[in-house]
Design a protein around this ligand. Structure first.
Ligand SMILES: Cc1cc2nc3c(=O)[nH]c(=O)nc-3n(C[C@H](O)[C@H](O)[C@H](O)COP(=O)(O)OP(=O)(O)OC[C@H]3O[C@@H](n4cnc5c(N)ncnc54)[C@H](O)[C@@H]3O)c2cc1C
Length: 400
């Protein structure tokens, strides 16, 4: 039970990091009746989750990357699970999350490679893209030559997703700056922050890799667009649309352009983006459209090759679990896997209880080191529980 008044929270499970991995795990674990709390260092989703494009990928994404086998199977179920949650038909009920689009479109540049890829995707995927009648094409794609297809991948607003989880778990999410916490089991779900957390416990940091992106944003008189322009076996651009405070459409643009952009300066990428947009979206008028960029790293389990991992990742060392969802879309799968591990842990600890040795030596040592670190921080005068939090004020302050 959390006891904020005493400035220390105690729980069976403590989750560090409030991106999609942490909040979904918190919700899943609490629904299973386990006492759990989450500590976030900055603001919920402040790492990759809120910066992401919010596409609930099915197998198509992995076809783009050429991992057709394992990964396609791993991710194929996800759009169905999310759709049920977003529709309020399954727990966690995410019906307060805004869905920006119910599907993504897929279109080509007319190259033979893109046509081969689009034809292949209709055969290989469970939820295969379907051809769209020309009169139903989105306004932005009216001048595309060739086919426009529709993929049942929803696009969500990740800020409202974080609010939805925050509301469902009110009173169990705290700012790590203000709270001291102790638990029997620790889950590190801090994205790139996992490296620092692991270092603090003397655990190897080499279990994580960063894959950089240089994303593009375009703002102005742009039509709404959600989807992938296929140039070969990769999406040249992946576009999602949001609205800014002035009601203007903002295109968030990833795909190959964001990978290629890593080596480019801002000015080079802005120029490249304008060319790519003109080639990929025929007839698009860029007059008056502002283009900017941002850099961000994807933090995921190290694969050794630098490639994207094929699935979610869980590393269990004593009473510490380090987790990476690999994709936002895979969060439900990660949470289910964590629950399986916790159930296993519970069974094992009961057996160990009978043998009079509740925790393994490594877990005890890790626990002590974590607590000693906290003790040191406290002596150095780090802030503690934020007292007198007004009734109804969210657990965390929102940056955006
Ligand atoms: C540009 C971009 C676009 C993407 N688009 C998509 C997409 O369309 N679809 C998709 O499925 N995936 C997408 N992804 C991948 C997806 O965003 C990530 O896989 C997912 O968000 C990772 O979630 P996470 O919870 O592991 O990490 P994060 O979202 O990074 O969250 C980690 C959290 O931990 C906190 N933290 C850090 N250190 C500490 C600490 N010491 N103590 C407590 N808290 C700490 C951070 O503040 C942060 O809030 C995209 C990624 C990027 C970068």
């Amino acid at each position: 039970m959390a006891s904020v008044g005493n400035e220390t929270i105690r729980a069976d499970v403590l989750i560090l990091g409030g991106g999609i991995a942490g909040v979904w795990i918190l919700d899943e674990v609490r629904r299973a009746g386990i006492d759990a709390v989450l500590l976030e260092k900055r603001a919920l989703g402040d790492g990759q989750t809120v910066a992401s494009q919010g596409i609930i990928h099915g197998g198509l994404k992995y076809m783009f990357d050429g991992h057709v086998s394992t990964s396609v199977k791993a991710i194929a179920e996800m759009p169905v699970i999310w759709r049920e949650c977003l529709g309020g038909k399954r727990e966690p009920n995410l019906s307060e999350t805004a869905v920006r689009s119910d599907c993504c479109y897929l279109w080509g540049t007319g190259s033979i490679k893109s046509r081969v890829f689009m034809a292949g995707s209709t055969i290989a995927l469970r939820d295969a893209p379907e051809a769209v009648e020309r009169e139903d094409w989105p306004v932005a794609l009216r001048e595309v030559k060739g086919k426009v297809m529709k993929v049942p991948e929803q696009v969500i607003d990740t800020v409202s997703l974080m609010r939805n989880f925050s509301k469902r778990n009110r009173g169990r999410i705290f700012s790590s700056a203000n709270i001291d916490a102790k638990a029997g089991f620790y889950i590190f779900a801090a994205g790139e922050g996992n490296a620092e957390l692991r270092k603090g416990l003397g655990l190897s940091e080499n279990v994580m890799q960063r894959r950089p992106l240089h994303m593009v944003m375009a703002r102005g008189n742009l039509p709404e667009l959600f989807g992938h322009c296929v140039g070969g076996a990769k999406p040249r651009i992946t576009v999602t649309t949001a609205r800014d405070a002035g009601g203007r459409n903002v295109w968030q643009i990833g795909g190959q352009i964001a990978e290629d952009g890593v080596k480019m300066s801002v000015a080079e990428l802005v120029k490249h983006a304008a060319n790519e947009l003109e080639e990929c979206v025929p007839g698009l008028r860029l007059k008056g459209v502002e283009i900017s960029t941002y850099r961000i790293d994807r933090a995921e389990a190290a694969t050794g090759t630098g490639q994207r991992p094929e699935d979610v990742h869980i590393l269990k060392e004593g009473n510490v679990m380090t987790v990476f969802p690999t994709k936002l879309a895979l969060a439900p799968r990660l949470a289910q896997r964590v629950m399986e591990e916790l159930k296993l842990e519970d069974r094992e600890s009961k057996i160990e209880d009978r043998n009079g040795d509740r925790r393994s030596k490594i877990a005890m040592a890790q626990c002590r080191r974590l607590q000693n670190r906290r003790g040191r921080r406290r002596r150095n005068g780090s802030p503690r529980v934020r007292k007198n939090r007004p009734e109804g004020e969210p657990d965390l302050l929102w940056r955006i």
